[in-house]
Structure formats: structure tokens, C-alpha cells
Design a protein around this ligand. Structure first.
Ligand SMILES: [Mg+2]
Length: 191
């Protein structure tokens, strides 16, 4: 059995995105996220891996400690559905602040995905990327996984940009559970 993963953007995909989320008490998961992740984990044995740009750290708007606390809070909320994220990867840098050599990790670069592949022996051809932003779809393309744009967060705006670029994700989902259903059908070869 090979290891496969769902790579997940965080803000706007798993949780509401108020911008530079630093307060764990303000974490609000979208209502269908816990149950959907539980299915992907318990029935299909996916690693659940968050891949997130957190340039608010470079900008001095939030600290790494706050990002870690928010991530912890996400997992404690997910425990209501008996599931948790296996690993959180985030890139703290921003091109306005940091020199180019620091920016390697930033999506749409695949650097964080490839770190996860190394750490968990993930097979990319059996993996997926779910996100609400253009960079999520681009990162998924760059990594060679199937991409799902969710229309929560920035999803609608992202879709019109992606269409103009003729950069069409494998699937466009209205909600997170819709994205999860696409993956389950895809696994059974229905799509
Ligand atoms: Mg996002």
C-alpha cells in the first residue's frame, strides 16, 4: 500500500479567512470540513497535510507562535470529528520583505509539498491538492497532483483568474464536502 495525501490550503479552505489569522479563539472551521476529513482519513487512509503561505509573519503582523497556536486549535476543533491534520507546513516569507533566496518555500513553489513527500513517502500521482487560491491550483499543477479549487474563501475570484489563464483545476467544488466527494468518486474511477 502506497502513501497518498490530500494537500490542503488552510485559510479560506479549512477555515474562514479573516486575513492574517493569529488568534486561536477566532478559528472557525467551515461546517463540513471535519466530517469530510474524517472520511478521507478513516475510509481512504490519506495523509492530511496543510501547505500554507503565512507571510503575515514576515510582515510582522503575526508571530510563528500564533500560527502554531492557530494550527493547534484547528486540530483540537477537528477532534470533534475524530480526525486531525497529520502535518502543517507553512512559509513565513514575503517577496516585499525577504530576499529571493528566502522565498523558495512560498506557494506556488512545490518546496513544502516535496518536503512532505520526503517526510511521509507520499506518492504524488495518487494525491490531491485542495485550495481556494490561484497559487494552490498552480502549486498542485507544479507538483503533478490533481487540483481542486473550492469556492469558499477567495475561490470565486480565483476561478475567474484561472479561467483567464486557461489554468483549469481538475475540479471546482462549491464546498469542502463537494471536493471530498469528487476525490472519492475519482478513486473509484467514476469521474
Ligand atoms: Mg487560502
Amino acid at each position: 500500500m502506497t502513501n497518498r495525501a490530500i494537500f490542503l490550503d488552510r485559510d479560506g479552505t479549512l477555515n474562514e479567512d479573516p486575513g492574517y489569522l493569529g488568534d486561536p479563539d477566532k478559528v472557525k472551521l467551515f461546517p463540513d470540513v471535519g466530517k469530510s476529513l474524517y472520511r478521507l482519513k478513516s475510509e481512504f487512509d490519506f495523509f492530511l497535510i496543510v501547505i500554507s503561505n503565512q507571510s503575515g509573519i514576515a510582515r510582522g503582523l503575526i508571530t510563528k507562535e500564533q500560527v502554531d497556536l492557530v494550527n493547534k486549535q484547528i486540530n483540537s476543533l477537528l477532534m470533534n470529528d475524530s480526525v486531525s491534520i497529520d502535518a502543517f507546513y507553512y512559509c513565513p516569507y514575503h517577496p516585499d520583505i525577504n530576499p529571493p533566496e528566502k522565498l523558495n518555500c512560498r506557494k506556488p513553489s512545490t518546496s513544502m509539498v516535496l518536503n512532505a513527500v520526503n517526510n511521509y513517502q507520499i506518492v504524488l500521482s495518487e494525491s490531491y491538492f485542495i485550495g481556494d487560491s490561484v497559487v494552490d491550483v498552480e502549486c498542485g499543477f507544479n507538483a503533478g497532483v490533481k487540483t481542486i479549487l473550492v469556492l469558499t474563501g477567495n475561490g470565486r475570484e480565483s476561478l475567474s483568474i484561472l479561467k483567464k489563464e486557461n489554468n483549469i483545476p481538475s475540479f471546482v467544488a462549491n464546498t469542502f464536502s463537494n471536493a471530498c466527494n469528487f476525490i472519492i468518486k475519482d478513486l473509484s474511477g467514476v469521474n
